[in-house]
Design a binder for this molecule. Structure first.
Ligand code: ADP
Length: 446
């Protein structure tokens, strides 16, 4: 009992006794009056205490939205202290909630999938990335057993094995992706499941494997032929004309290997060097005339090769790369167009400011189904024709690489029997000169 409430009780006792004694004396019963007065004083004091106590209890039973009753004495202090303790606890809970929310937001921001499983493999929580990896709904699927939702046998076996030293790879929800996942046990039988989409990595790895296999194959073939000829030369007594023929065939094979290694080096250089800056300008016409001269030499009079258009343009490009791209297109036109065919090289500026360089031929054309794959490495429509004419299967992939590095694109139009047109487009910001587009000049001329 606090001094405050004790003094109130004593005060009520003394006052009650005094008033009782006076009243008792007036009635001739001073002692009885004293006792009744003391009892009444005590009862009044206790009633006040009980009322205050009940008010505090009422407040405690409620949601404590309003402040605690502000009574005097120890009830008031008790209410204040309880209220303060409750507010402090609320604050601590709010802070912890905030921390948890921040923590979960950080995991949510992770590029990898994170899932927490309880001891029964039920989903406690998972971030959006994990939900995507496993085709789940983070809210709806909470507390569901993960093996009921992710049914890949590999996944189920991995989770049940308890052996989590190595990650495991499973197909994604629609079978179009590949997910690598690993489990880290923690706490009392709980599991942290981390996942990563490795579809792109796998695709790049598959492409690299294909590429190495293709290169090996392309190199091994001429090497085998060469080895055969070397053996022939070493073991068989050949006549001079036979020897000359064998040497010519050997030279063809070494040319083929040289072309292949040259194209591979070009590709490696394109991949390994920074994108060409947009500030080194070069005249397009002289460059194209050099390519044209090379094509004329390659054709050796078998085709009619004509330039068309010829606006005086400057382009911001790497000279060697552009030469290689146009050279490849003209080279293909010469190689695939039968003798007597026509080949045209046109260039100019489109209405939207882009520059184009176009190589059109009257050759055999290409069936529609091949067009989307034409720029893939080692993709050939007719393998033997490509090889017979010295093709490496890398020409158009080099062309595509070059234009893409310059922010441009390649368009291919072709139909069997109607020839082919390959058009390179360079973005307007890499072109200057011939401000009047080609179409406007054509109208003016007409
Ligand atoms: P290649 O060294 O085999 O010519 P490319 O990448 O330059 O390799 O071309 C890919 C394929 O596209 C060629 O094998 C050929 O089948 C086809 N092709 C390319 N240019 C032409 C063309 N002008 N006319 C017909 N087919 C062509």
């Amino acid at each position: 009992m606090t001094p405050n409430s004790l003094s109130r009780l004593l005060f009520a006792l003394v006052l009650g006794s005094l008033l009782g004694a006076v009243a008792g004396a007036l009635l001739g019963q001073p002692l009885a009056g004293l006792a009744a007065g003391a009892l009444a004083g005590t009862l009044v004091s206790m009633t006040v205490d009980t009322r205050r106590g009940l008010r505090l209890l009422d407040w405690l039973r409620g949601p404590q939205h309003v402040t605690a009753p502000r009574d005097q004495g120890y009830w008031g202090e008790l209410a204040y202290r309880i209220e303060r303790a409750l507010r402090q606890k609320d604050q601590a809970v709010a802070q912890e909630r905030e921390r948890l929310a921040q923590f979960l937001a950080a995991i949510e921001a992770s590029p990898n999938g994170v899932m927490l499983l309880d001891a029964n493999d039920q989903i406690e929580w998972c971030n959006t990335v994990a939900a995507q990896h496993f085709g789940l709904d983070p809210q709806r699927d909470r507390l569901q057993r993960v093996t009921n939702l992710v049914r890949s046998p590999l996944f189920v076996a991995y989770l049940q094995s308890g052996e989590f030293d190595e990650p495991v790879t499973i197909p994604g929800p629609l079978g179009r992706s590949t997910i690598s996942l690993m489990v880290r046990p923690y706490g009392d039988g709980m599991k942290l499941l981390l996942s990563q989409d490795i579809t792109e990595r796998e695709r790049a790895e598959a492409m690299r494997r294909d590429f190495v296999a293709n290169v090996s194959h392309e190199i091994r073939t001429p090497l085998t032929v060469l080895a055969g000829f070397v053996e022939t030369l070493a073991q068989l007594p050949l006549t001079e004309p036979e020897r000359q023929r064998v040497l010519a065939l050997m030279s063809q094979q070494t040319d083929r290997m040289q072309a292949l290694v040259g194209d591979l080096l070009t590709l490696a250089q394109l991949e390994g060097s920074p994108h060409p800056g947009a500030d080194r300008w070069l005249g397009l016409t002289p460059l194209l005339q050099r390519s044209l001269a090379d094509a004329v030499a390659l054709s050796a009079g078998r085709h009619a090769i004509t330039p068309r258009g010829g606006a005086e343009l400057e382009v911001a490009a790497t000279e060697s790369e552009l030469l290689s791209a146009v050279g490849n297109l003209l080279g293909n036109a010469v190689r695939y167009t039968p003798e007597g065919g026509r080949i045209e090289l046109a260039w100019g500026r489109l209405d939207d400011g882009r520059a184009f360089v176009e190589v059109a031929d009257s050759g055999p054309g290409i069936a529609r189904e091949h067009l989307p794959r034409l720029t893939e490495r080692f993709y050939r429509v007719d393998g033997s024709r490509s090889r017979d004419t010295g093709g490496t299967g890398l020409g158009l992939s080099i062309v595509k690489h070059v234009v893409q590095r310059h922010g441009g694109e390649i368009e291919i139009h072709s139909e069997p029997g109607k020839g082919s047109t390959f058009r390179l487009l360079l973005p307007a910001l890499r072109v200057r000169g011939a401000e009047r587009p080609l179409s406007a000049r054509a109208e003016a001329a007409a």
